[in-house]
Design a protein around this ligand. Structure first.
Ligand code: ADP
Ligand code: MG
Length: 454
C-alpha cells in the first residue's frame, strides 16, 4: 500500500500501524517509555515526521531504535522513508525556581513524566458518568489548593483517571505552576532508592517543593507500609501549606483495606469522586472525537455500531476503533458499518475453511505479511519474519484445525515447542496489538474468499 496523499491522517494511521509492529519488536518497557506517547504528524515521499513529547525521547529514539523505526515505517508505507522526530510538548515540571534540571538529574531521579499530548481538558469528552470528576479536576487546575484538597478520583481501568491528571499537569505548565506527576510505583521506587542511597532529605524536599502533586494509581502502594508512611508525611507537608494533592485509585478510600485510618481520613478531607462507565451517547461522542483527532472519515453508523458493542472501558473502545482504522488502511476500504461489523465480530471465525489446503494459508500469509515462501518456511530469526511464521502457525491451527505436528511439517519441519509457542504468542498479542489483529483478519478474509470459490 503506497502513500497516495501527504495528509495528516495518512501519517497518523501509518504511525499507528508502525507502533503496532514496534510493540512486538521491542521490550515492553521500551515501548511504554519511549514509543507509546508519540504521534505521526506528517509524511512526504521521502520522510515521515513523528511528534515526541520531549528532547530526551527524541534523542533516545534516534540513538537506540532509529533503524528499526525506519525499517518498520518503510515497510508499512511500502516505500523507503526517513523518520524525523519533532519535539511537541514542553517540559514536565513547571518552572521550579529552586531546583535546576541538572540537580534533578544528578540525584538519580527517574526521567520525569511529560503529560501525554493527547490528554487535555479539551479532548476529554464529558458525560454524566464523568462530569463531576471532570469539573473537580478543572477547579483544582485553575485554583490549586483552594477547593478540594485532596481531590480523590477513583474508577475501574481505562475510564480517564490518568487523562484527567495529565490535563491538570498540562494546565500547570501553561500557568507556570510547579507540579509533579508520579505513579505510586514511581513514588515507591524513589522512596526505596532514597533510603538505600541515604537521600531521604532530598526526596522529601523534592516532593515538598511542588505546588501540585498528582499521584496516579495509589492502589499500587498497597501492602508497602513504609512507603505509605512516607506518603503520609509528604501528604501532610503539602496539605499543611495549602498545596494541592490529587490522587487516583481503582477504588474508594473507604474500601481500600490496606489504608491506615489516619491516611483514609485524610483522603476524605477534600472531595472523593468516581468515574462510571460511559453511556452510549458518551461512547459515540468519544469515538467521534477520536475520528476527528485521527483525521479519518467515518460514517456515524459505523461509529454507533462500535459504541454499541464495546461497553466496558474507554481504552477498549479506542482499541476497537484503532483496529477498525488499521483494517480499513490494510484493505484500502472506507470505514463503514460493514467493515466495523467485520472487524469486531470476527464473522470469519464461524466459517468453515477446512476444505482449504495448507499451502493456501501460507500463500495468504506471505501476501499480507509481505514475506516470500522460502523465508516463511525457513528459519531466519528476524522479528517480523518470526511474526509472519507464527501467524501462519496460528491460522493453520485456528482455521484448518491442523495438529501441532502437521503444522510443524507444513512450515518446513519446525518442532512441537516452537509451534506451540508461536500459536500462544499470537493469541496473546491479538488482544493488545491492533495492527496484528487487522493483519490476521485480512488474511482470514482472503482465505474465506478462496474457500467460497472452491
Ligand atoms: P485510567 O487511568 O482510568 O485507567 P486513562 O486515563 O488511561 O484511564 O484512559 C484510557 C484511554 O481512554 C485514554 O486514551 C484516554 O484518553 C481515553 N479516555 C478516557 N475517558 C475519556 C473521555 N471521557 N474522553 C476522551 N477520552 C477518554
Ligand atoms: Mg491510569
Amino acid at each position: 500500500m503506497g502513500l497516495s496523499s501527504t495528509g495528516h491522517s495518512t501519517a497518523k494511521t501509518t504511525w499507528i500501524a508502525a507502533l503496532g509492529e514496534l510493540e512486538l519488536q521491542v521490550p515492553r518497557s521500551t515501548y511504554e517509555t519511549w514509543l507509546k506517547d508519540t504521534v505521526g504528524l506528517s509524511v512526504t515521499d521521502q520522510s515521515m515526521v513523528v511528534g515526541v513529547p520531549n528532547a530526551f525521547t527524541a534523542e533516545w529514539l534516534e540513538k537506540r531504535v532509529y533503524h528499526l523505526v525506519r525499517k518498520t515505517v518503510s515497510k508499512i508505507a511500502d516505500q523507503p522513508l526517513e523518520v524525523k522526530f519533532l519535539i511537541e510538548g514542553s517540559s514536565q515540571r513547571g518552572p521550579a525556581p529552586n531546583a535546576s534540571t541538572n540537580h534533578a538529574l544528578k540525584t538519580s531521579v527517574p526521567a520525569p513524566c511529560i503529560p501525554n499530548h493527547r490528554y487535555s481538558f479539551d479532548s476529554f469528552v464529558v458525560g454524566p458518568s464523568n462530569s463531576l470528576s471532570y469539573t473537580a479536576a478543572q477547579a483544582v487546575a485553575s485554583s490549586p489548593g483552594q477547593y478540594y484538597n485532596p481531590l480523590f478520583i477513583y474508577s475501574g481501568v481505562g475510564l480517564g483517571k490518568t487523562h484527567l491528571l495529565h490535563a491538570i499537569a498540562r494546565s500547570c505548565i501553561e500557568r507556570s505552576i510547579n507540579y509533579l506527576y508520579v505513579t505510586s510505583e514511581q513514588f515507591t521506587n524513589e522512596f526505596i532508592t532514597s533510603i538505600r542511597e541515604r537521600t531521604t532529605e532530598e526526596f522529601r524536599s523534592r516532593y515538598r517543593s511542588v505546588d501540585v502533586l498528582l499521584m496516579d494509581d495509589i492502589q499500587f502502594m498497597s501492602g508497602k507500609e513504609q512507603t505509605l508512611e512516607g506518603f503520609f508525611h509528604t501528604f501532610n507537608d503539602l496539605h499543611n501549606t495549602n498545596r494541592q494533592v490529587v490522587i487516583t485509585s481503582d477504588q474508594s478510600p473507604n474500601t481500600m483495606p490496606y489504608l491506615e485510618d489516619r491516611l483514609r481520613s485524610r483522603f476524605t478531607w477534600g472531595l472523593i469522586t468516581d468515574i462510571q462507565y460511559p453511556a452510549l451517547e458518551t461512547r459515540i461522542a468519544i469515538l467521534q472525537a477520536r475520528a476527528k483527532e485521527m483525521q479519518v472519515c467515518v460514517n456515524n453508523e459505523a461509529l454507533t455500531y462500535v459504541a454499541e458493542r464495546v461497553r466496558n472501558s474507554v481504552r477498549d473502545l479506542e482499541g476497537a476503533f484503532n483496529r477498525l482504522v488499521a483494517m480499513a488502511q490494510l484493505t484500502n476500504s472506507p470505514i463503514t458499518r460493514d467493515l466495523a461489523a467485520h472487524t469486531l465480530q470476527h464473522p470469519t471465525d464461524a466459517q468453515d475453511y477446512s476444505s482449504l489446503p495448507p499451502d493456501k494459508v501460507l500463500t495468504a500469509v506471505e501476501r499480507v505479511f509481505k514475506v516470500d515462501h522460502a523465508t516463511l518456511i525457513g528459519s531466519k530469526r528476524q522479528k517480523e519474519l518470526v511474526i509472519a511464521r507464527q501467524a501462519a502457525m496460528y491460522l493453520l491451527r485456528k482455521c484448518l484445525k491442523l495438529t501441532v505436528t502437521q503444522i510443524g511439517r507444513v512450515l518446513g519441519g519446525k518442532n512441537h515447542a516452537t509451534v506451540i509457542y508461536g500459536i500462544k504468542r499470537i493469541t496473546a498479542n491479538l488482544d493488545t496489538n491492533d495492527a496484528l489483529r487487522a493483519q490476521i483478519e485480512v488474511t482470514k478474509e482472503e482465505l474465506l474468499n478462496q474457500s467460497r470459490q472452491r
